[in-house]
Design a protein around this ligand. Sequence first.
Ligand SMILES: [Zn+2]
Length: 219
Amino acid sequence: MNSGSELIRFCHKVYEKEFVAAYDGNLSIRLDSSRVLITPSGKNKGELSENDLLEIDLEGKVLRGSGRVSSEFRLHTYIYKIRPELNAVVHCHPVYTTAFATAGEGFTTPVFPEFILHLGKVPLCRYATPSTEDLIRSIEPYAAFSHAFLLENHGAVTAGKDISDAYYKMEKLEHTAKTLFTARKLGREKTIPRFKLKELYEVAENKFGIIPDKRNKFI
Ligand SMILES: [Zn+2]
């Protein structure tokens, strides 16, 4: 379900979970075909209340509210414009996920079956200056099929059918990054056997709605 109170609930959660520090990150929900509710710039997500949220149109014009709109609003409205089935966007800097993004590595090899079922392929989007059009261009190659993106040297973005879905994708991403990091401390990760992959991709597509990346499979 999407509502201002739900959006605030997940703003508090991203701070409690340490997916953001200080004033980092931004979260939004789609209200209807032309309006978005988004967090303001320069405020800690753990301290936000519903009155702080801003209603904007898809070009970033403030329709209601008095704060400064998040500098990353373009990232949010771009996703809403091209993916009508997605109604919430979460951008954070979780430590392990951001570490992988900084090491130049996306989550594109098949290691964890449930990660593939819930998130599919999570690409690494080349480095771009935050809050610019260039950041949009960096996610463009993957935007038609991906529900989650790593931003090189920066952080991550997830999108979902509602704010709960987008948030839990971020939580799953960070948990996976932490698990993979731990596996590497033990030596290395094993990938899922090739002969089991076709079956897994079919379940991901047919039961979980993961859109396959036709240009470049996991292997
Ligand atoms: Zn950021």
